[in-house]
Write a protein that binds this ligand. Structure first.
Ligand code: B12
Ligand code: SF4
Length: 511
């Protein structure tokens, strides 16, 4: 059972960045191995048990998000302590954004590659293997006698010249590293291009890709890769990782038309999911894409408060978000929305309105109910917090920025909802067990349908009861707050028991 879950859940961790890098090195004749420690759930000891780390001349470590940093640092230290003499290079989002601090923070690294890595890694590996200096290479940062040496990266303007990312089982460990979604269907991750024209103040994309716009692969190149994967693996489901699949511009519209025509011409039967900005959703393109297998669109709705959307520099109105969801629903496409319920600058009134908006959308996803704004290294939103005097500087540069709340009632709400989330997290394991026990996806689908409705109703009650309780207390009266919490958690524990019984009865009856 555990194994099945492992494969399903971690199957989602296909990692295009390193698959692209391996394909590029491969195409230049370098013999390279991928170790997907994240996917394998390996710590540093498991890595050294399973991989002969001292047999490599060059080790590249991907630190894709800021959250990977503490482990990355530990791993480099561990490798050096084990006598590893390879050139160690880090790449990914976080090293690209915080290169200087990282170079001074981790003793054992030789270089960082900034931005897209395919061209830089080849030049770097050639230099390292020839024992030559790195000083002329673009996209590389390193310390030269203790001083920062940096050549900024260039964007890859012609993505078609990159080899397709490696997918074969020799590189990826085993077949289950091809993604598997919740109802057990395998999918591949894909990229139709890179970058986004948006300027959202909480997002790291805008600092990573300069210039800040989307560069497309040609439709021929994307469809060629799809065709190859369908023929080789018989897998027809695709999840596009692009931050935006297309934008409404002459170029974007033409791209969609050609992409759709090609799939039709070649008679490839696929289903796929994409990510979009709400203001780029129109009936025309959505119905075209639907005709060749579009099933789901992820939308960064983010907030139901216009002031907050503006503060986020989202470039979208509440109405555009609503319209986009309506268009998708009318077209028979599932909207998967991301939403940040709790924002530090919010008033309690805004928080209440935000939940009203969220529940009115009829697009329930549990995480959205307790999502709080995450502020990653040096994103624009940090300046907003500074202006509001809400920023708390953490003790380590690699922690997400901490913050206080403008409204004490929002702060109280946020801390209580976090505790509620912990109470309910025990049920997640049970749900996973149902997921992995169900060999019949019809039963699973039926359960999931019922479960979503049940869970939405449950969370609406949880939120509404808490909002009412906080609305009615004197926020400066600690005793009153403690009493309210006591009563509220009695209610929460009863809800939790109720949920436990619901899941258990389903488990016994249907599986
Ligand atoms: C798919 C995805 C995921 C997937 C799969 C992970 C993966 N890497 O494929 C999953 C769902 C697991 C995931 C999880 C998370 N993700 Co994510 N994810 C993405 C997403 C949408 C696409 C990644 C991708 O395929 N990019 C395309 C490839 C080609 O680019 P790439 O991975 O960056 O790799 C290139 C370069 O970075 C560089 N490079 C990368 N590694 C290395 C290593 C070396 C040695 C070298 C030389 C170069 C190099 O070269 C690569 C090729 O050009 C990105 C956004 C984006 N568009 O990139 C967010 C993104 C990377 N994720 C992000 C976040 C925050 C997370 C989570 C923390 C979310 C959460 N709250 O849990 C977790 C963290 C997981 C973890 N353990 O750290 C943020 C990171 C922001 C930051 N500053 O840290 C991003 C940028 C989204 C955003 N808009 O802010 N994610
Ligand atoms: S639309 Fe998405 S990817 Fe683009 S800047 Fe905004 S959050 Fe980032």
């Amino acid at each position: 059972m555990k194994d099945k879950y492992f494969k399903k859940e971690l199957g989602n961790k296909e990692f295009l960045g390193i698959q692209y890098l391996a394909a590029m090195l491969d195409s230049k004749g370098f013999d390279c191995d991928i170790v997907n420690a994240h996917y394998m759930q390996w710590d540093e000891n498991a890595i050294s048990r399973n991989v002969d780390v001292n047999s490599y001349k060059f080790i590249g470590i991907s630190c894709v998000s800021q959250r990977c940093y503490p482990f990355t640092k530990k791993l480099v230290k561990f490798l050096r302590e084990r006598g590893c003499t390879a050139h160690i290079c880090l790449g990914g989002f976080y090293p690209s954004l915080a290169y200087e601090k990282i170079l001074y923070d981790i003793e054992g690294i030789d270089s960082l590659i900034l931005g897209e890595g395919e061209e830089s890694i080849v030049s770097l590996v050639e230099k390292v293997f020839n024992g030559e200096s790195m000083d002329q290479l673009s996209g590389i940062a390193y310390l030269n006698q203790g001083l920062l040496s940096l050549n900024p990266p260039n964007r890859i303007m012609n993505l078609d010249k990159l080899p397709f990312p490696v997918r074969n089982i020799e590189y990826l460990g085993n077949i289950s590293s091809i993604g598997t979604d919740k109802v057990g269907k395998r999918f591949f991750r894909m990229l139709a291009g890179r970058g986004c024209y948006g300027k959202c103040s909480f997002c790291s994309i805008i600092r990573f890709y300069a210039p800040k716009y989307k560069i497309y692969r040609s439709p021929q190149n994307v469809v060629g890769e799809i065709e190859q994967l369908v023929n080789k693996y018989g897998i027809n489901d695709f999840l596009f990782n692009d931050e935006i699949f297309y934008e409404i511009s002459k170029k974007g519209q033409m791209w969609i038309q050609q992409f759709v025509e090609l799939i039709k011409q070649k008679e490839i039967k696929i289903s796929f999911a994409i990510e979009m900005r709400a203001n780029d959703i129109r009936h025309e393109e959505i119905s075209l894409l639907k005709s060749v297998g579009l099933k789901r669109v992820s939308l960064g709705v983010e907030s139901g408060i216009q002031r907050v959307l503006d503060e986020m520099n989202k470039g979208c109105t509440i109405q555009q978000n609503r319209d986009a969801i309506d268009i998708l629903k009318q077209s028979g496409i599932t909207p998967l929305i991301s939403f940040i319920a709790i924002i530090p600058t919010m008033s309690f009134k805004e928080l209440k309105d935000n939940y009203k908006f969220l529940f009115s959308l009829n697009c329930f996803i549990e995480e959205n109910v307790y999502n709080k704004l995450n502020i990653y290294s040096n994103c624009e939103y940090k300046n907003i917090l500074e202006k509001w005097n809400l920023l708390i500087e953490g003790s380590s540069f690699y922690e997400r920025h901490g913050y206080n709340f403008y409204d004490p009632k929002v702060e109280l709400f946020s801390s209580i909802i976090e505790d509620v989330r912990v109470v309910f997290s025990v049920h997640k394991k049970k749900l996973v067990a149902i997921d992995s026990k169900a060999d019949n996806s019809e039963i699973l689908n039926e359960f999931q349908g019922e479960w979503i409705k049940f869970n939405e109703q449950l969370w609406m009650n949880i939120i509404n009861v808490l909002i009412e309780a906080i609305d009615n207390i004197d926020i400066n009266n600690i005793e009153e707050i403690e009493l309210m919490k006591k009563i509220y958690f009695k209610f929460i524990n009863a809800q939790s028991d109720f949920l436990h019984n619901y899941i258990d009865s389903f488990n016994k009856l249907k599986m």
